[in-house]
Design a protein around this ligand. Structure first.
Ligand code: HXC
Length: 508
């Protein structure tokens, strides 16, 4: 027996040694940890159980090396989470048949038991020596990512290269986290781009964390190093249920980090002035709980998670400080995606509306603002999770609907006294409906001013919409937190269904 135990120990150590000390040192020298070090940092001490430890492409078990990926499950903050973590020290973490089979098993098991799955990517892509088996392996993973979507949360963590078609597994998951300077994602690398288009671009500029967080919107979170990234993963998980039938964890309620009195003056009296909507959010949600998603992308909108009275919620808000909070192509995609994530997992959505409209412009029209903006309408209409909307100021035109006005089945809509709900802003409106009067006036400037004021007095307030029943109540901004807490209690057992169908066809 002892002999057999010794062999087991030797083989296990061999797998755990990955590609050997030299390659581990190289990994460390480049600012990266090994697959196992990452897992150890992420999981509750002693909770991780590796699976398929001895899976191999060869029957010669003396050559086992983990196949370039470490897989298993354990607990993070006491909750079960599955993981696959690619091991760059073994054949560059490249994906062959067995490597893919290990990942597929993790996805299958996570779905079976209803646990989130984390994929840490650090790989040279398809294992070239394995040819079509490697390609099929990716296909098997893509299929499972798609089937698992909306069943269990899937989190992709890029901690090294992720190139070629390999990027589509993370892209099919719910969230992508990237680490500055050590992670890259691209379909074709700098050399191929140079050869085909003549463009000169570095790996980092092409597919680094900053690029995908700010420019492409492919990534949702940016960390300065791997430790920070691990903390972000843990924070993100704290808002998520384990699966679509479960509830997110609850926490002890915390008073907001900003005094509610700030809400009285947060909206400037000058309608053309912006403000930071984060100050509204932080005066309403539990202190320190607001966790922004896509923080650096499409910053004219703010999305994320927070807790209110200890309960996890999704946040969606216009950001009046940037582009006056207008809805453009990128922010429409960002918001629609977040709505759909929250709805998949029945996380209530709290929307803050201060929106002058969709962003005008030829580039926006050419870029398809019509189909991109439609995604928001579609996502809010489709969502049956509790939806609460707070109108803080402007609610104009189609954007009023797109930010979850009552027509899209918001369950509760509240307006602050500063709310202005109309087809368009006063300046634009008088240009259309009073053009003749202004042109014929002895003093067109004064006439225009007078008409703008008349329009503002008549339409730019929350009371006409309230009279029609489009708004539940006009509230003192300081009461917003209490109103939202009450609304969430009220909606706790909400049941709403849509007609049965194979699936809808969201504009894209
Ligand atoms: C087999 C690979 C490999 C691969 C790296 N290695 N990528 N082995 N298949 N795809 C091996 C190397 O031979 C080396 O082995 C070890 O991993 C580390 O690689 P290095 O090149 O020494 O590391 P580094 O200098 O850090 O460069 C990393 C890299 C580079 C930029 C990722 O390795 C690289 O360009 N690899 C190829 C990338 C690629 O073109 N992949 C295919 C993409 S297409 P030794 O023994 O020396 O340590 C694709 C299609 C998917 O993935 C389609 C899905 C639908």
């Amino acid at each position: 027996m002892q002999e057999k135990l010794d062999l087991l120990t030797k083989l296990r150590q061999q797998v755990e040694a990955g590609g050997g000390q030299k390659r581990i040192d190289k990994q460390h020298a480049s600012g990266k940890k090994t697959s196992r070090e990452r897992i150890n940092e992420l999981y509750d001490p002693g909770s991780f159980r590796e699976i398929d430890v001895f899976a191999a492409t060869t029957d010669d078990f003396n050559k086992v090396n983990g196949e370039g990926v470490t897989c298993g499950y354990g607990t993070i903050a006491g909750r079960r989470v599955y993981i696959f973590s690619q091991d760059f020290t073994v054949i560059g973490g490249s994906l062959g048949r067995v490597h893919a089979a290990k990942i597929c098993k993790v996805l299958d098991m996570a779905m079976k038991v209803g646990a989130p799955v984390i994929g840490i990517c650090d790989s040279g892509g398809a294992r070239i020596q394995e040819g079509v088996d490697a390609l099929d392996g990716y296909g098997q993973i893509f299929f499972r990512n798609t089937i698992a979507s909306g069943v269990i949360p899937q989190i992709s963590v890029i901690m090294g290269p992720c190139a070629g078609g390999a990027v589509y597994s993370p892209a099919l998951t719910d969230f992508i986290l990237m680490v500055a300077n050590t992670s890259q994602m691209f379909i074709t690398g700098p050399l191929v781009i140079k050869a085909t288009t003549g463009e000169d671009v570095s790996m980092e500029a092409l597919g680094g964390a900053a690029t995908h967080n700010q420019v492409s919107g492919v990534a949702h979170f940016l960390a300065n190093n791997e430790d920070e990234c691990i903390t972000q993963i843990k924070t993100l998980l704290s808002y998520l249920p384990s699966n679509n039938l479960d509830e997110p964890p609850t926490f002890a309620p915390v008073e907001p980090s900003l005094d509610k009195e700030t809400l009285v003056s947060v909206v400037p009296t000058d309608p053309n002035k912006g403000y930071d909507v984060r100050n509204v959010i932080n005066a309403i949600v539990d202190g320190g709980s607001f966790f922004e998603v896509h923080q650096y992308y499409a910053t004219n909108g703010v999305v994320g998670f927070a807790r209110i009275n200890g309960q996890a919620i999704g946040i969606i808000a216009n950001q009046p400080r940037i582009l006056a909070g207008c809805l453009d192509i990128n922010v429409s995609d960002k918001i629609a995606r977040h709505i759909r994530f929250c709805d998949c997992f029945n996380i209530p959505i709290l929307t803050f509306m201060d929106v002058p409209g969709f962003l005008p412009g030829v580039q926006q029209e050419y870029g398809g603002i019509i189909r991109h903006g439609a995604k928001m309408l579609y996502a809010y209409s489709e969502a049956t999770t509790p939806k609460i909307t707070i109108i803080t100021r402007k609610a104009y035109g189609g954007a009023y609907l797109a930010m979850c006005g009552s027509a899209l089945r918001a369950d509760e809509v509240y307006a602050w006294p500063t709310a202005e709900i109309a087809v368009m802003g006063p300046e634009g409106a008088v240009n259309v409906i009073n053009r003749k009067e202004i042109a014929e006036a002895s003093n067109p400037v004064e006439e225009r001013k007078k008409l703008v004021q008349q329009y503002r007095d008549r339409f730019a307030n929350p009371y006409i919409a309230s009279a029609r029943g489009f708004i539940q109540d006009v509230i003192d901004p300081r009461d917003t937190r209490d109103r939202v807490i009450n609304a969430l209690k009220n909606l706790a057992n909400k049941r709403e269904s849509r007609p049965r169908k194979k699936h809808g066809n969201i504009p894209c």
